[in-house]
Design a binder for this molecule. Sequence first.
Ligand code: AMP
Ligand code: MG
Length: 306
Amino acid sequence: MNLDRYIDLIKSGEVVAFPTETVYGLGTDAWNPDAIAKVFKIKGRPSDNPLIVHISDEAQIEDFALDIPDHAHRLIKAFWPGPLTLVLHKKPEVLDAVTAGLNTVALRMPEHPLALSLIKETGALVAPSANKSGSPSPTKAAHVFADFGDDFPVIDGEATRIGLESTVVDLTESFPAILRPGSISRKQIEEVLDTFVEESFFHHIEKPRSPGQKYSHYKPKAEVRWLSDDETMHNSKALYLVQSSSVESKNIIVYHNDLTLMARELYDRFREADIEGFTSVVIERFERKSPIAEALMNRISKAISN
Ligand code: AMP
Ligand code: MG
């Protein structure tokens, strides 16, 4: 795919949506304050919610971060490029708009080839999810068009492979802490670091370490709730997402414990529920065995509780 038009747009301070392996990002130059202001405005994002800087080369972390610990190098070696965001101490010159005034900065190298090709040409990009604040993150170009209009510049890389946002790990305190679960699990991170990793993503914390924990990004207009034990699936206005069922239909989707597939489709199902006029999305509880289970649980609980 020829990216010239999108590269030119970003170089002239515009905003372009692009695919990553997690969700679509709304990318703009990480060193251009006016362009970053546009990102907050377009999304309707609260200004106290910092952005993740996306890079294409490991050496670029030196442009943004200070005192980079050995843990960071180990995680980078194991998981980059990939769905893992590292929170590190920031260099003084990193723009306040990027970090929402925090003294830390979040960095990630995505693995999607279109994202990497773009960033190689433009330099580091800030890229929050390419949705309006409050609606589910986009996992298809069509979702971005739905939120920002048919003329919005979107690099179409088809449906994203993972479908949930990256795992965010804070390496600035005495213990590494997961601020947002994602497809790379706590167990995988503990194995690489050979140390205890905290979990700090419970969403009723008053002053969360990751400001984004205060906000629900994941909610459709339909009510989301868990399936009760004795509940029959007869409500034609409900979209049922379950693990096993003797019937499958337009509104009963069966995953057979394939949580990877469920994660990939979750936000698309949320959006589809609203388009199709379902009044609720009813989800059957699942076993938290696979690495993605924790992230899926986190996104669903947020959609339920907010
Ligand atoms: P999004 O790009 O919309 O998926 O959101 C980015 C997430 O990363 C939000 O939850 C932010 O609060 C979090 N984040 C970004 N920068 C930092 C940082 N410096 N410290 C802690 N969390 C951060
Ligand atoms: Mg988001």
